[in-house]
Design a protein around this ligand. Structure first.
Ligand code: NA7
Length: 541
């Protein structure tokens, strides 16, 4: 492509989930740009299109698991339980697409395999898996945090003669009904399946590697009065969500755990256990659960005491009790530990009794038992945050490969931009906020929109951040993370769930509100980090 050639589109958006849908709406419907969204799936929805496993649901309360910007839909779109199931969320996203006439610019069943920048023309070329090429002046990667699947190659995996499935690619129509089901993985996905599958499966065998802390979700029906009260208060609700640390709709506690008596601690933990929600339990009880080991142990001991109370078989209770810090993504479920009291649920601790191999008939554990199965579910998670990028052929200035740029660690400025990749914007890129996802998406999409709008007003210069800007943001994120306990528990938050993957910081951990404040400061200064202030001054000089 030469400097005189024009791009097919103003912007190419990759991914049609929460982020891509909103980005298309803003860039096309508000700014009038020519935009197309590409997605490998056969429908919109991203995570909520692919994750159709039994029990798939959000663990954010229903009234805020939606866009804040469509105020009509906030008033019109109904909900009847505290949490939304996957089909509800997918239906909602499809309705947004329809209402805003977005489908005509969304290309489905088209996976973008390569995205390459041409320095001479300043244009990006994306190539789909069918070989179609499309060019754009801007690229927005709305790839999702959790979409590249982790599918461990356990010996014998391919010999299994029943159905073997990863939760992130659950086939339409597959059920557990009447089946002998095996489940590998007890992250938030696995725990949801554990709570849902025994209702209709003949038997569920759970292969647990690491025991999990799960608190009650508090799920159940909501009354029309409750729905009305939320609807009447939406402006304040979303302002609070976006100003808070984790963006879950409750006030984070400011009280240090050890500043109160043991009785008071137990009362507070019990109160929040009764209310439900994992993020509320971790961040709404006390201020220092994820920063002080002593506080963390107090919360962990409380949950362990609940496991002893709930689980009838002492040996099962022992296996279910986590021995690590309470410093993974917090989980909540309805009746998680209770489920292990059911006759048709078996727990196998594969830390104590490892999987020897997968056989044609099921799973053989070291103790010589062959667990016969019809359906084997891998709830083994995702190559998170940067995995979606490094699995793509993504090349910036001078052919710089993203794999090389991020060889040591995935880095960015504000989770949005990375140096060497001009006019490319990420939604939920590395070192973005660790918070509830939809509001984080909204603040990042709004930021990208503002940068592109400013760039267009300044004559569409090349928008790029410097290495110094990126390094400073990385240093800020590292310093904040060093005050937390999250890097002391192995999980996807630090990329520690993928064998062989270098462990690295993936998030800005000072909260959504503080993150949003950084965006406001950058915008008010005229986007100097993106080189736009200087450009605007040159244009007006
Ligand atoms: P997670 O949270 O990464 O959980 C994956 C689970 O799979 C976890 O229990 C792992 O055990 C287990 N796992 C991974 N590899 C293996 C192998 N090789 N053998 C046995 N067990 C294994 O993924 P989820 O899908 O549950 O959740 C991801 C996010 O999606 C979630 O936080 C939500 O925000 C949405 P481990 O704990 O590592 O020992």
């Amino acid at each position: 492509m030469t400097a005189t050639q024009k791009a097919d589109l103003d912007a190419i958006v990759i991914g049609a989930g929460f982020a891509g849908i909103y980005m298309l709406h803003r860039l096309r419907n508000e700014l009038g740009l020519a935009v197309k969204v590409y997605d490998s799936a056969g429908g919109v929805g991203g995570t909520w299109y692919h994750n159709r496993y039994p029990g798939a649901m959000s663990d954010t309360e229903s009234y805020i698991y939606r866009y804040s910007w469509d105020k009509e839909m906030l008033q019109e779109w109904d909900w009847d339980r505290h949490y939304l199931n996957q089909p509800d969320i997918l239906r909602y996203l499809e309705a947004v697409v329809e209402k805003h006439d977005l489908a005509r610019d969304i290309v489905l069943n088209a996976r973008i395999d390569s995205t390459v920048y041409d320095e001479d023309s300043g244009i990006w070329t994306c190539t789909t898996d069918s070989g179609e090429q499309i060019t754009g002046r801007y690229v927005v990667t709305a790839l999702g945090l959790l979409s590249a699947k982790n599918f461990p190659d356990i010996p014998g995996r391919d010999s299994f003669e029943g159905t073997l499935v990863h939760t992130g690619a659950w086939p339409e129509g597959l059920t557990v009904d009447g089946k002998k089901v095996g489940l590998i993985g007890t992250g938030s996905t696995g725990c949801q399946i554990i709570c849902a599958a025994p209702d209709t499966a003949e038997h569920l065998t759970v292969f647990q590697r690491t025991a999990q802390f799960s608190v009650p979700s508090g799920n159940g029906p909501v009354t029309p009065e409750y729905v009305d009260s939320k609807r009447a208060d939406y402006d304040a609700i979303f302002e609070q969500v976006k100003s808070s640390a984790v963006g879950f709709g409750f006030e984070e506690s400011t009280v240090p755990t050890m500043s109160v008596s043991a009785d008071e601690r137990r009362r507070v933990f019990q109160e929040n256990w009764d209310k439900g929600n994992g993020f509320r339990f971790m961040f709404g009880t006390f201020a220092d659960i994820v920063t002080s080991e002593e506080a963390n142990n107090a919360a962990a001991d409380f949950i362990r005491s609940k496991i002893d109370e709930i689980v009838e078989d002492p040996e099962t209770a022992r296996k279910l009790k986590p021995t690590e810090l309470y410093a993974r993504r917090p989980l909540c479920n309805k009746d998680y530990y209770e489920t292990f009291n059911r006759d048709n649920v078996t727990l196998v601790s594969i830390k104590e009794n490892p999987i020897k191999e997968i056989t044609p008939r099921g799973v053989l554990t070291e103790d010589g038992v062959e667990h016969e199965l019809d359906l084997l579910i891998f709830a083994t998670g995702f190559d998170t945050v940067d995995g979606q990028y490094t699995r793509m052929d993504l090349r910036g200035r001078g052919g710089l490969r993203i794999q090389d740029h991020w060889a040591e660690a995935p880095t960015s400025y504000l989770g949005i931009a990375t140096t060497g990749f001009p006019n490319m914007f990420m939604i939920l890129g590395p070192n973005g906020p660790f918070s509830n996802i939809p509001p984080a998406i909204e603040v990042q999409v709004d930021m990208v929109f503002d940068v592109i709008k400013a760039a267009e007003a300044a004559g569409a210069p090349v928008v790029e951040i410097t290495q110094e800007t990126e390094d400073a943001w990385t240093a800020t994120c590292r310093e904040i993370a060093s005050y937390t306990l999250f890097d002391r528990a192995e999980s996807w938050i630090f990329g520690a769930n993928i064998p062989g993957k270098r462990q690295a910081l993936m998030f800005y951990m000072a909260g959504l509100g503080s993150f949003r404040q950084k965006l406001v400061e950058e915008a008010e200064a005229g986007f100097p980090a993106f080189g736009l202030k200087q450009t605007a001054e040159a244009v007006t000089a």
